[in-house]
Structures are given as C-alpha cells and as structure tokens.
Write a protein that binds this ligand. Structure first.
Ligand code: ZN
Length: 344
C-alpha cells in the first residue's frame, strides 16, 4: 500500500509498504480521509517523530478485511477511527501513566493511543474491533475524519464544568477552538467570544455563531473580554492558541473563581505573571486527548447537526497524500488554512 513515511529532519516521503494484516479480533480499514492534528504538525516542526513512523490518528474509513473471530463488523461498514469503548484494563497510557509527559512520551505510539504503528497517512490501517465507532448514515466520511479533534474539544468543555448560561471565551480559532465554540453553544453558553488574529479563522468563527471576535493585533483581548462581560470577565476561558501571551491573557481575563482550560500544547516556555490574577482564586485545568465518552457524545452532536465541519473543510480542499510535505510546511504558518485533510 501507499503510505507517507516520516524520514526525520522535517521530511516525509511517499512509499510502498506492506499492507497491514488483521490478526485475531482485528479489522482492516481502507482509509477514506485522514485529518492533520496539531500534534502531528508539532512532531514535524520540532522533529520529534521517530524516523520510519506513519502518523495520522484522525481518520475515517471502510472495513476492508476481518481478522479471525470478528463479529462486530462486516466488509463495507463505514467507521470513525476511534471512540470505541476500551475493554476493561486497556486504556491509553496518556490516561493512566502517573507521570505521562507529552513532550517525552507523546510520540511513542504504543503509549499515546495504545494502537500499533502505522496510522492513518496510508491507504490501509489495522485496528482492534472494539476501537472504532460506526459512522451514522447522515455523517459523511469527511466529517467522520474530524470526530477525533471534535472529541478533544468535547472533553475540554466537559473538563471546564461549564454551566448553562455561562459566558465563554476561546483564545485561538483553529480546529479545536472552532469545535469548542460549537460545543459551548450547544451546551447552553449565553455568549461565546473568540480571540483570533487570522482573518480566515475569524471568518469561520463568525459563521459558527461567535458573539464577538476580537482581533488581538487591534484590541487588547483582556480589556475587551472584561468589558464584554460587564466588568467581570468570562466564567470560562479556553486556551486553544499556544501563543506566547495567550495563557497569561486567559488567566488575566477570566472572572473571580472562573476556570481556565488549557488544551493548546505549547512547546516553548511561556511567561505568566501571577501577581495579575492570583488573587481571583482561579482554577487552571489542563486536558489532553479524548476518551470513548467524548467521541460518542461528539458523534451524536455531529449526527444531529449541532457540530458542523462546513467552515473548517470542504471536499475541494482535501489534499492527495502525495502533497503531505508542502501541506505540513504550510501548516507551520497558521494563517494559510484552518484544517488539512488527506485522501490517500
Ligand atoms: Zn488529534
């Protein structure tokens, strides 16, 4: 099969590799679409991916072969590449290792998602039969490929313990920020404000119903967010940007006893100034990845139309896998696109 193999030193090559064969209790998938995660981009940008890896954990596909003893699926079934309920005792190490560190352990695939290499930037993939979810009839394969990042946003909102009527600010309107916007609105936020400098991403946030979009190159986001909430600050601030100033801005703008959720993975150290917010008894919550409950809730919202992929990606923007090198080089400059998806 065809696969995009990371060679190290910021280089992908397209290669012919052996088809993965499903063992007992496993299924083989023909990959329909594979989305690019921010973590894949970081792995490329900072050269953290082990050479020889095939990345891509956001995908949809069609069951193409069954291993011995598989009863749950038949050939031709459409699947979301994750979200199945883990058998008891099997959880990704990211959720169970007491000291899991994404910087040092995040690209060791056996630890990150409990599935073997290779992954979705290829024509085929093998997974345990319990691991995927069936794609609902009214969810397209392209939409299904983005269930994983949307599930990360679902987990972010759930970890924020947002209540109906809360005001929410989202710093950064990349894919995760745009999914957080939709899930916060579906969960009853009274207002959702978005801080985003890129015009392309701001437009997507507007289409998805953001109550106000603040351009941090023009306005001070902390001042604006406090003003927009009657001088209090939002109840919840979601840090989805990982820019040098955004964690400090999140902590400074949230209201007294409010909650900041950090989902963005900053690989560089960032400055925070505790004197500006420590007196407000803020809660800082972090989150990484998603569990089965997050995927399943997300897929239900996708199926009912309360999460849409439309402003993020359309069929005409899908790239052939052969373009992987230029797409990744582009993604390091975040202005150029909102979401990237490959079709192998
Ligand atoms: Zn991801």
């Amino acid at each position: 099969m065809k696969a995009a193999v990371y060679q190290g030193n910021h280089k992908f090559t397209i290669e012919e590799v052996p088809d993965p064969i499903p063992g007992p209790g496993q299924i083989q998938i023909d990959i329909s679409y594979a989305g690019v995660c921010g973590t894949d981009v970081h792995g490329f940008q900072y050269d953290k991916v082990p050479p020889g890896s095939i990345l891509g954990h956001e995908f949809s596909g069609v069951v193409s072969a069954l291993g011995e003893g598989v009863t749950k699926w038949k050939k031709g079934d459409r699947i979301v590449g994750g979200g199945g309920t883990h058998p008891q005792g099997i959880l990704p190490d990211a959720f169970t290792m007491p000291r899991f560190n994404f910087r040092t352990d995040g690209f060791d695939n056996t630890r990150w998602d409990a599935t073997p290499q290779p992954e979705g930037y290829a024509e085929k993939y093998v997974m345990e039969e319990w691991a995927p979810l069936p794609t609902p009839d009214n969810v397209s394969d392209l939409e299904a490929a983005l269930c994983e990042p949307a599930a990360n946003a679902m987990r972010t909102i759930r970890r924020s313990r947002m209540k109906t009527g809360d005001t929410v600010a989202i710093l950064g309107a990349g894919p995760i920020g745009l999914f957080c916007l939709q899930i916060a609105r579906a969960s009853g936020a009274s207002k959702v404000f978005v801080v985003e400098p890129s015009a392309l991403r701001a437009k997507a946030a507007e289409e998805l119903g953001a109550d106000e979009i603040i351009d941090p190159t023009k306005d001070d986001p902390v001042e604006r967010l406090v003003a927009l909430t009657g001088g209090f600050g939002p109840h919840i601030v979601l840090e989805c940007a990982a820019a040098p100033l955004t964690l400090q801005q999140a902590l400074e703008s949230v209201r007294r006893h409010g909650r900041v959720v950090l989902i963005a993975l900053s690989w560089d150290s960032v400055m925070v100034s505790p004197i500006d917010w420590v007196s407000m008894e803020i809660e800082l919550i972090t989150t990484l990845g998603a569990l089965d409950v997050d995927f399943q809730a997300t897929l239900a919202l996708m199926s009912s139309g309360r999460i849409t992929m439309e402003p993020l990606i359309s069929e005409s923007q899908v790239q052939p896998l052969e373009n992987i090198q230029s797409v990744f080089e582009d993604l390091i400059k975040p202005d150029n696109r909102v979401q990237a998806v490959f079709k192998p």
